[in-house]
Design a protein around this ligand. Structure first.
Ligand code: AKG
Length: 409
């Protein structure tokens, strides 16, 4: 591989001259920080010093990292997230100068991802465009041949302490409708806020057809990307935590089960903003047009994990279409009117989450839970479940699973 080509392609994404490279921040960013940013920019445009900008970049990254990790995330100033992104950009450009090794290229992609996950968009989303260039320079592992009947041959099987397959009570099951017209969905389910499974709506998604989301495909498209993974059985547990891993590491350890006992879940992550190739494999359901916002207001999340991931009973403020691409999930739904019987946590942070373990309730501590009426279903690949806003939902994957949720209003 001609590595000058890496540098040439990276350089081509930057403004042509130093004077065309903007560094505009509000007064919140002190002059000393601005001085280092300007130094990094100068080094970047100096033929002899462009690799040195990685060192100045590290100072910027370390300093802004402190700022964005102080206090709660929602209160973090966007300006500091922008500074962090510039730090990542300078570091990546510095690393790509000369003859970067494969390890350096991987590190550069990881740095871009850190900027994308923790920073804010800069220079017309340059970090995303840089990943697009760098990904093509990284040698992918040789893909094993996929047997079309068995695309997940070696996935981890949990034997111990597994909950059994649920037996769905047909009287309680969520109704199924095949591709209803917009108006009948609106009148029959959206307005009365009734859950329903929509069949035949996502059959045309490339994710279910020509780009079938096998493990090998996900590795090829997103394997080198860094994503947040939830560690622990459920987010309400004391020992629950989050870790940044590449998709390949996540698959190796938590899907294939190499050397790790615990549970890992790539949950509620806006993977499709991070990996546009995957976004091309899905479509926003037409029914979202019945909402008030436009497509950009819809929050799309990925939920990828092994069998037995559990999302504890909780409610969300927006309408949800939960589309099932791979594997099956057991789902319980409770109307918001049942809230009192569901014992939400007292703390503000978890007040949208029930204290009850749905499939193994402590009826001494939570006696009224048994009074709450519910609906249930097993969501199959190709199904979309409409979860009306504020409806409580509990979800357990029955096998390796990939779902996509669309939150809309
Ligand atoms: O699939 C899951 O585990 C949880 C999905 C969920 O809670 C949601 O889409 O709001």
């Amino acid at each position: 591989m001609n590595m000058d080509y890496v540098w040439g392609d990276v350089r081509a994404l930057l403004p042509v001259t130093e004077t065309e490279f903007p560094l505009l921040f509000s007064e919140m960013v002190e002059p000393s920080t601005l001085t280092i940013l300007e130094l990094a920019r100068k080094e970047l445009y100096s033929e002899l010093e462009s690799s040195a900008c990685a060192d100045s970049a590290q100072v910027i990254i370390d300093y802004s990292w402190e700022k964005i990790n102080t206090g709660t995330w929602r209160d973090v100033e966007k300006e500091w997230r922008r500074v962090y992104s510039y730090g990542c950009l300078f570091k990546v450009v510095g690393m790509c100068h000369g003859d970067p090794s494969q390890a350096k290229l991987q590190e550069a992609i990881r740095t871009c991802d850190m900027g994308l996950l923790m920073g804010a968009s800069i220079l017309d989303n340059i970090l995303q465009r840089l990943v697009g260039v760098l990904k093509n320079k990284v040698k992918q592992g040789v893909l094993s041949k996929v047997d079309s009947d068995q695309p997940y041959p070696k996935v981890k099987k949990l034997k111990k302490n597994c909950l059994p397959e649920p037996i769905i009570n047909t009287k309680l099951s969520v109704p199924r409708v095949h591709r209803p017209a917009l108006e009948s969905f609106r009148l029959g389910f959206l307005l009365p806020e009734k859950p329903v499974i929509l069949e035949g709506v996502i059959d045309h998604w490339p994710a279910l057809r020509e780009h079938h989301w096998s493990i090998d495909y996900l590795r090829a498209v997103a394997g080198c990307r860094t994503v947040p993974v939830e560690l622990g059985s459920r987010y309400t547990d004391e020992d629950w935590s989050q870790k940044l891993l590449t998709v390949n590491e996540f698959i190796d350890h938590y899907i294939m089960g190499k050397g790790v006992d615990g549970m890992g879940y790539l949950a509620q992550h806006q993977l499709f903003d991070q990996v546009p190739e995957l976004k091309e494999d899905i479509r926003i359901p037409d029914y979202c047009c019945l909402g008030e916002g436009d497509d950009d207001d819809i929050m799309i999340n990925a939920w990828f994990g092994p069998e037995q991931t559990v999302s504890p009973l909780h409610q969300d403020p927006q309408q949800n279409f939960l589309a099932q691409v791979i594997g099956r999930k057991y789902i319980r739904l409770y109307n918001p009117e049942e809230t009192e019987n569901l014992y939400p946590h007292q703390s503000h942070l978890l007040s949208n989450t029930s204290q009850v373990d749905v499939e193994n309730p402590d009826v001494v501590q939570f006696p009224d839970f048994l009074k709450a009426s519910y609906q249930e279903c097993v969501l199959q690949p190709g199904d979309i479940l409409f979860i009306p806003k504020q409806h409580w939902h509990y979800i357990r994957s029955l096998e390796l699973s990939f779902s996509v949720s669309f939150w809309w209003s």
